[in-house]
Design a protein around this ligand. Sequence first.
Ligand SMILES: [Zn+2]
Length: 481
Amino acid sequence: MIGLECHVELKTATKMFCGCKNEFGGEPNTKVCPVCLGFPGALPVPNKKAIELTIKAGLAFGSEIPRFSKFDRKNYFYPDMPKDYQISQYDMPLCKGGVVEFWLENGARGECRLTRIHLEEDTGKSTHAGSSDGRLAGSTYSLVDFNRAGVPLMECVSEPDLRTAEEAVGYLEALKRTFVQLGVSDVKMEEGSLRCDANVSIRATGSTTLGTKAEIKNMNSFKSVRLAIESEIARQIELLESGNRVTQETRGWDESSGTTHSQRSKEEAHDYRYFPDPDLVPLEFEAAWIEELRSTLPDPPFKRYVRYVDQYELPTKNAAQLVENPAWEVLLDGAVRRGVKPKSYANLLLGDVAKKQNEDGLSEPAATFTIPASSEFVKLIENGTITSKAAKEMFPRIWSGEITDPAEYVKREGLAQSSDRDEIKKFVDEVIATNADAVAEIRKGKERALQFLLGQVMKASRGKANPALVNELLREAIGSG
Ligand SMILES: [Zn+2]
């Protein structure tokens, strides 16, 4: 059984309790002030935007948002925590409960309950120098950078509802997609804006008692989450089967060896001596404000995925790809309302549109790419009015908005697919006459040369010729079957 604790750095302009910039990187200790360094007498002021983003995240997963919340001090000593305590939340988090729904690569669906989502401040970052692997052991000195200290950090704690490493990754992807869509966070694991710990315990089939859990830390990619959990499950099974016991502890994940190793035995909550932060007043929310936030929420990615698969009958893989680009939702729905088959329009989005966006460095289609023109265009492909070759030529002009009425354009330019034998025969004879070498090669059995000639005929006909008919007439003329 697997439960995950995820720390997500929020995308705010400034830190949680001061006006310092919330930005990744930069010269060490340049984005700091007396508040985030914990100087005596410096008073924290909560960042409203961070509270708002956390509540939005909770609302997206159906969490309950209590009217009252407060910040507590979590006391422990660590060199990258300048105050010797962290401002966090203990018994009154911003969000309680909720459910994260997710899908797996194979199309299976799952869900995992959330225990809570609370808000805290991030710590600084230590760098241990002089050791070969960057760890404290063997290092000669350590450096601390407090630029990250005080960055708003949202912690999502799940119930132990996940069963496999795949489900854990599916859950994390669901969190990531939702947070990116809501603008809550960049969710870049490599920059540390999403960090996660996994609690893993196993139990015998049919048993209802939970085994002792171990917590794994230091996983810095979805892939390492999967590998670490798989390795930890195998380790615990081996321990139990050889008559040993699993001890409750924190284990680090070592990417290079592919194993977890013991770090320290787990602290209990009372070790942190939590108490309400006397510098911060308790929070009280207007119900109307919460409702206003709720009303701004877009369709969650999972809901769109389910709609694409169940209603539009798209393959699960395509549905997952479409969800990654929220701007496509309006286009796809608009095209379907105009009578375009979802699958045909999805092909355009995942093919030409994705390629063009990529080339132009756009995160969404250009405004010149409209629902009416693109829908009409796909219909012309769907009903065979134009060949895929003609479509390829037309697409850039649909994209740029040059063609606003594709049907009219096809008529005007005479681009409609032609199945007129005599007309195509003329192009075929022409191409055969000017490509004697290729004809000779085909007679020797080289099929590739036939593809070349087919391309030439298509070109000569400006993409109008019905390719199946061209193929037939070419073979007939050359006498190769
Ligand atoms: Zn500061």
